[in-house]
Design a binder for this molecule. Structure first.
Ligand code: ADP
Ligand code: MG
Length: 344
């Protein structure tokens, strides 16, 4: 099968939104009036971001999901994407499953595949997504840049800090797949789904427009991604240790309750929540006066949201116990966030 046949067969889908889709040198998109285009790109490399033998349908899903997650973090609505694919060989069944995983998620979000590039090489998937967000600044998040997009830079001292969904389970699943820990079978499937089939929080991102003051998606670990917000906003944070523990779905569902989980995994669990990564949840800030609006956004998007801490003036992150006492022994700084260039 030649390159053109391959594109025709697996990657030529209807593109009603685009002016021109796959087939020419460029695709054409007409920007909507009153909108900024939000653009982001992410690469997944075999052996680095996924196991080479991962289910291709899950891989197709995840390759787009991690990109849609960036749009979600900006409060942008997905419009289209391009796919650059390097393949070591052409295997029909693999491509069919990969395309299905990709297509199902794309269709669910109305995000059209409008072009790409196909080459031979070590399995690598690069997707660039295009989304739209109003160009009018909202009261909540207009800090320096004139846009309605959610940015990292708008967090204010006194704001609440929230995380969506569950955080840390993907990292637990990864450690289990690597043979470092053992999870009960009854929980492994769910944890593994968090790792392999993340659901980008697009609906929540949209609902948080005009509500959140700052937002980022959790791809490299909650601590690191929250740090991006704090650094951009030039503020610090206190986090409630108990709230962090409640973010782990695996812990919540552990046979014999959370205390049994803590006995088995201890600080390792905290490490997975704060430094694990691959969660594709949103971490965001909003003023206390918007607590009701945040709850409404969560309800509207059918996405659980947990308040995990507060924005403070003093830079850095301090972990607090239930009585409001700082926990010096469990310095959050010990949990490094994932960084490709720190691994050597
Ligand atoms: P060019 O050589 O001009 O860059 P190509 O021959 O690489 O164009 O691609 C032909 C058409 O197919 C283009 O419209 C391109 O965007 C599209 N295309 C190539 N690979 C993919 C892919 N993996 N998914 C979707 N569209 C693709
Ligand atoms: Mg060309």
């Amino acid at each position: 099968m030649g390159e053109f046949d391959l594109i025709q067969r697996f990657f030529s889908w209807p593109t009603p939104r685009a002016v021109l889709g796959v087939g020419d040198d460029c695709a054409l998109l007409a920007p909507s009036a009153g909108m900024h285009m939000a653009i982001s790109t992410d690469t997944l490399i075999s052996g680095r971001h996924f196991f080479p033998d991962v289910d291709p349908q899950a891989l197709g899903h995840k390759a787009l999901a991690v990109n849609l997650s960036d749009l979600a973090a900006c409060g942008a609505r997905p419009v289209a994407f391009v796919l650059a694919l390097a393949l070591p060989e052409v295997k029909d069944a693999w491509l069919e499953a990969f395309a299905k995983g990709l297509f199902d998620l794309a269709q669910a979000h109305g995000c059209e595949l409008i072009g790409g590039d196909t080459t031979r090489g070590p399995l690598t998937i690069t997707i660039t997504v295009f989304g739209e967000v109003p160009n009018t600044p909202t009261e909540a998040a207009s800090h320096g840049v004139s846009t309605g997009a959610l940015l990292r830079s708008g967090a204010q001292v006194g704001d609440d800090i929230y995380a969506s969904g569950s955080v840390g389970d993907a990292a637990l699943a990864l450690r289990a797949l690597q043979g470092k820990i053992t999870l009960p079978d009854s929980l492994m499937a769910a944890a593994r789904a968090r790792l392999e089939r993340p659901e980008p929080r697009v609906a929540l991102g949209l609902a948080l427009r005009g509500v959140a003051t700052a937002c980022a998606d959790v791809s490299d670990g909650l601590r690191g991604d929250l740090d991006h917000i704090l650094e951009s906003s030039q503020v610090g944070a206190t986090l409630q240790r108990d709230a962090l523990g409640s973010l782990l779905a695996t812990r919540k569902n552990y046979p014999g309750a959370a205390s049994a989980f803590d006995a088995a995994f201890g600080d390792f669990a905290a490490q997975c929540v704060l430094g694990g990564g691959d969660d594709y949840e949103l971490v965001f800030t909003a003023p206390e006066s918007k607590r009701l609006a945040v709850a409404k956004a969560a309800e509207l998007s059918a996405t659980p949201v947990t308040r995990i801490g507060q924005v403070v003036l003093a830079h850095g992150i301090t972990l607090m116990d239930a009585s409001g006492k700082a926990l010096p022994s469990l310095a959050v700084g010990d949990f490094a966030s994932f960084d490709h260039f720190s691994l050597g």
